[in-house]
Design a protein around this ligand. Sequence first.
Ligand SMILES: CC(C)(COP(=O)(O)OP(=O)(O)OC[C@H]1O[C@@H](n2cnc3c(N)ncnc32)[C@H](O)[C@@H]1OP(=O)(O)O)[C@@H](O)C(=O)NCCC(=O)NCCS
Length: 176
Amino acid sequence: MRPIIVKGNLVSLGVLIREDLKHAWVWYNDRDVRRYLSFSEEIFFYEDELEWYEALRREKKHEKVFAIIENSSRSLVGLIGLHRIDYHNGRAELGYFLAKEYWGHGYASEAVKLALEYAFDWLNLRKVYAHVFETNIASIRVLEKNGFKLAGRWRKHQYVPGEGFVDVLMYERFRA
Ligand SMILES: CC(C)(COP(=O)(O)OP(=O)(O)OC[C@H]1O[C@@H](n2cnc3c(N)ncnc32)[C@H](O)[C@@H]1OP(=O)(O)O)[C@@H](O)C(=O)NCCC(=O)NCCS
């Protein structure tokens, strides 16, 4: 049984286990998922995933990555992480993705809510921030529904295949 760290209604955040990597590896290479992530052109080998997992275990003070678990089926549906955790300044960067077949069910919105709960209540951070490309409407909606505010933008900063250069939006959410 996988330990659950933060429980929600539709999804929960659980401990990432080695068996998750074979799913994450496929999704991480899916161009529709990749398009709005950094290094969209990149191709990942399974060994890269294993190395990433080992590094994550070693660096766990500054990186917390969770498995997003669908409550009804107990299946892995995506990953969500708090990165660059900076305890001195009380902040971390949020990132997430879901497998395509699970899009559109409100899962990311709830996963972000749960990750914020973990960041504010358990890590005692004061601020979580995220970078999102201006054409990633679903992700912008997920952030805004969770109380993130637009803090600034880098203009025509990121090349998105099929879309050209787009603005990168900086979103931030302070602890209430
Ligand atoms: C972004 C992503 C995580 C969203 O996951 P999801 O579980 O489908 O999101 P949710 O269902 O919780 O919410 C999506 C919201 O965006 C809305 N939305 C989705 N596509 C939209 C579109 N093209 N135009 C307008 N709104 C849209 C949905 O209606 C929903 O809003 P609502 O709850 O008000 O109806 C998922 O699409 C994904 O993994 N994308 C690839 C990776 C990625 O972009 N990660 C984030 C990088 S910043």
